[in-house]
Write a protein that binds this ligand. Structure first.
Ligand code: NCN
Ligand code: DMD
Length: 342
């Protein structure tokens, strides 16, 4: 279904020399230098171009929410979708301040929203409770990957070359933790965090429930498709498909927090080359996120102790991409500035 090419590294030496010859001590721009290298490899060796940055916010509900493992009920997913559409959420503020476009997608929320500003590609009214049965069918996984790819391609065809991914879904840290445990083989207790900020009691219940689910689905968590069907979420599947399509089009993927990184891990499991197109924007406070990033062997750009999701870490990190582009494109070289190279 997807065919992601390895990033062409023919120009790597040229790009590294260009960065090296800027008027600064070698390496002095730290993480911005590796970011500039990645962006130049993706968008072009002469100029880094970031076109029509857009954050796709996928919303979906989770059957496991009926167990009381979040501070909020599933109805809040719908209410937050309305908030996104009305411009009132944190992600709206940060997108506005950094001139990033937004698209809100109903990937499968419990309570419907009828609004022409919402991109409708629902896979159903929330997943089944994965502690009792499979979250969804394999047919839903396939449809979800396609829906996700479709919306990414729409934005890429409209001229964007940088897509960020965010999500909203009460209960989705439970699904992300189960996905993480299935992929990394780390113990459930290392993968489960407090999500929206649950009590000690709810946390203990969440760990026990996810352990129970891992036993229930044992032997059926070996492929990305099976992981998604058994313990996934509608928004997570669509983000996975959207990331795969973005990588296939050799465009930039901006990864947000714990849930979007779970989707990123699934995309990488399906097409390992995907990771070369990904920028990990922040390290969430959700306890498993650090271990996810370690598993992928990546560093995030920001650590702000965010644990909100929605794509907020992407929107906040975007100015760092602009800074990387700006120094790569506009900063003087030693030769141009008449400074003795160091
Ligand atoms: O992105 C993150 O790292 C993150 C960490 C904790 C919570 N969230 C958000 O909180 C919701 C899921 O939390 P929960 O407790 O309902 O599983 C969902 O809407 C996410 O966007 C997001
Ligand atoms: C209010 C609220 C806003 C959110 N945004 C992302 N996840 C969220 C969860 C809650 C509960």
């Amino acid at each position: 279904m997807f065919d992601v090419k390895t990033l062409d590294r023919t120009d790597q030496e040229f790009i590294q020399n260009k960065i090296h010859n800027k008027t600064k001590p070698p390496g002095a721009l730290g993480a911005l230098e590796s970011l500039a290298l990645q962006l130049a490899l993706i968008t072009g060796k002469d100029t880094i171009s970031l076109k029509q940055p857009t954050i796709l916010v996928f919303a979906g509900d989770h059957g496991i929410a009926e167990e009381g493992i979040s501070i909020a009920p599933s109805a809040v997913t719908q209410q937050m979708v309305l908030n996104f559409l009305n411009g009132g959420a944190a992600i709206n503020c940060f997108c506005r301040s950094n001139q990033i476009a937004m698209d809100v997608i109903d990937a499968g929320i419990l309570l419907p929203v009828t609004d022409e500003r919402l991109t409708m590609q629902s896979l159903g009214n929330g997943t089944a409770n994965f502690t009792q049965q499979a979250a969804m069918t394999l047919a839903s996984v396939e449809q979800g990957l396609q829906f996700g790819a479709d919306v990414a391609i729409k934005h890429l065809n409209n001229g964007s070359n940088v897509l960020g991914f965010g999500e909203m879904g009460i209960g989705n840290t439970s699904s992300a933790a189960a996905i993480m445990s299935a992929i990394t083989k780390l113990p459930v207790a290392d993968c489960v965090g407090r999500g929206t900020g649950i009590s000690d009691e709810a946390y203990a219940k969440k760990v026990a429930l996810i352990k129970q689910a891992m036993v229930l689905h044992e032997g059926k968590l070996d492929t990305a498709m099976d992981i998604m069907a058994n313990v996934g979420g509608f928004e997570i599947v669509q983000i996975t498909g959207a990331m795969l399509a973005t990588a296939q089009r050799q465009s930039i993927i901006l990864v947000d927090g714990f849930i979007t990184t779970a989707a990123a891990m699934l995309a990488v499991m399906i097409e390992p080359n995907c990771q070369q197109y990904m920028v990990f924007c922040h390290q969430s406070q959700e306890q498993g996120h650090q271990l996810m990033l370690k598993h992928l062997n990546v560093d995030a750009l920001l650590t702000l102790d965010l644990r909100l999701g929605e794509g907020t870490g992407v929107a906040l990190a975007y100015p760092l991409l602009q800074a990387a582009a700006s120094f790569y494109n506009d900063m003087a070289s030693f030769a141009a500035a008449g400074i003795d190279a160091v």
